[in-house]
Design a binder for this molecule. Structure first.
Ligand code: FES
Ligand SMILES: [Fe+2]
Length: 391
């Protein structure tokens, strides 16, 4: 995010605080309950968003050095991500080309070679088959036809992107667009240092986790003893970048900052930018680093999901605080708040929706990020937009 945009957002927040207003979606919208509960809808989402859509699977520092790897299984295809000996990011189906066993079962680590636990076929971190026991029993097989199946991958501005469909594409310009690309580039995410990961499994639709980050209307109630102490509730700025968005939350520190000269202003000091990367990523910018949240359905169910949370710090932070302390302390408060407050409320909403007693959820004029996300979601699934109206 460039300086000019930082100042524009901060001035927008100050103006809204002074006038006791908020961003205005121009009306309210009602989202049908089936958005969250319908099995058929879920199957459609799974195909469009999770099997065949580019996905952010982490940040560059999840693969900090040559030989680093990690495995995930959030898209129905087991995935092995590596940084090979030339430093290149690669992504493969973590499936042995001999008899389809899962090749690597560790969650992360550093390896040059991956040996399948079934019969010992071995692959390089560039995905090539480099050996197999008792080769005379196979004769001269063409090793080049037996590498790990490669998936589309791209490392860009510190983000690791893949397409779970091996015939799919990742067009970064189509995905993010120039303005958002530049906004993300200015943060220098490639310098971040990965600290730790966490995950919360919840009995709710994956989009309810996303919705909870889309407004601050709830701060003075749900977070009255936590976040509300440091944030003004119900004041935010909202940017749209095609299907993606940016919600800028307002910190109480803005009250001190606004009386200082503009050169002292800093978006991180007075606000908290939250990027929505369509369809399932929330990326939060903080003073110490960033928090990346990836929301996934689990058990092929519209009623169960997991929030995968990764914490990263800016390089300077390590000069002040040791890695051991950071691993213990970073994100503890944040994790507790979303687990014990946001996701509890969201899981209750899911129960309420499942009761069948309410047919629609209503998004107010003060929740434009939710308007944008849900209209975009519908457009991406080929559904009609929802009418926004003034009651
Ligand atoms: S299935 Fe992997 S070596 Fe046989
Ligand atoms: Fe919240």
């Amino acid at each position: 995010m460039n300086r000019k945009e930082q100042i524009r957002l901060l001035k927008g927040l100050i103006e809204k605080l002074d006038n006791k207003t908020n961003v205005d979606a121009g009306g309210i919208m009602k989202v049908p309950a089936e958005t969250y509960t319908c099995e058929k809808r879920f199957n459609n989402e799974w195909e469009v968003f999770f099997r065949n859509h580019p996905q952010v699977i982490g940040m560059s520092s999840d693969l900090p050095e040559k030989g680093s790897f990690f495995t995930i299984n959030d898209f129905g295809v087991p995935i092995l991500a590596t940084r090979d000996s030339s430093g290149r990011f690669n992504v493969f189906a973590n499936v042995c080309s001999h008899r389809a066993a899962i090749v690597e079962s560790e969650r992360k680590g550093n390896k040059e070679k991956f040996s399948c636990p079934f019969h010992g076929w071995t692959y390089s971190n560039e995905g090539n088959l480099i050996g197999y026991p008792k080769p005379d029993h196979f004769g001269e097989i063409d090793k080049s036809c037996y590498g790990l199946s490669s998936l589309p991958s791209l490392e860009k501005n510190g983000l690791l992107l893949i397409n779970p469909n091996k015939d799919g594409k990742i067009d970064i310009n189509e995905l993010l667009g120039e303005e958002l690309n530049n906004s993300l580039k200015n943060w220098n995410f490639s310098q971040l240092i990965h600290i730790k990961d966490d995950e919360f499994h919840t009995n709710m639709n994956w989009k309810l986790a996303i919705d909870t980050f889309g407004e601050t209307y709830h701060f003075s109630v749900l977070h009255k003893n936590t976040l509300f102490e440091n944030f003004h509730g119900n004041v935010q700025m909202q940017n749209s970048y095609g299907r993606n968005g940016l919600l800028t939350l307002c910190k109480r520190e803005i009250d001190n900052m606004k009386s200082e000269p503009e050169e002292n202003w800093n978006i991180i000091r007075g606000a908290m930018p939250v990027y929505y990367l369509f369809p399932n990523i929330i990326l939060i910018i903080l003073d110490f680093g960033i928090i990346l949240l990836r929301e996934y359905p689990t058990e092929m169910s519209p009623h169960k999901s997991v929030s995968k949370i990764s914490y990263y710090v800016w390089p300077g932070v390590l000069d002040e605080i040791s890695l051991e302390i950071l691993k213990e302390e970073v994100g503890v408060g944040f994790g507790e708040i979303i687990r014990d407050e946001d996701y509890v409320a969201a899981a209750d909403s899911h129960k309420g929706l499942m009761s069948g007693t309410i047919k629609e959820l209503t998004f107010g004029r003060n929740e434009p990020m939710l308007h944008h996300y849900h209209q975009t979601y519908r457009e991406a699934l080929g559904l009609e937009p929802i009418e926004v109206f003034k009651p």
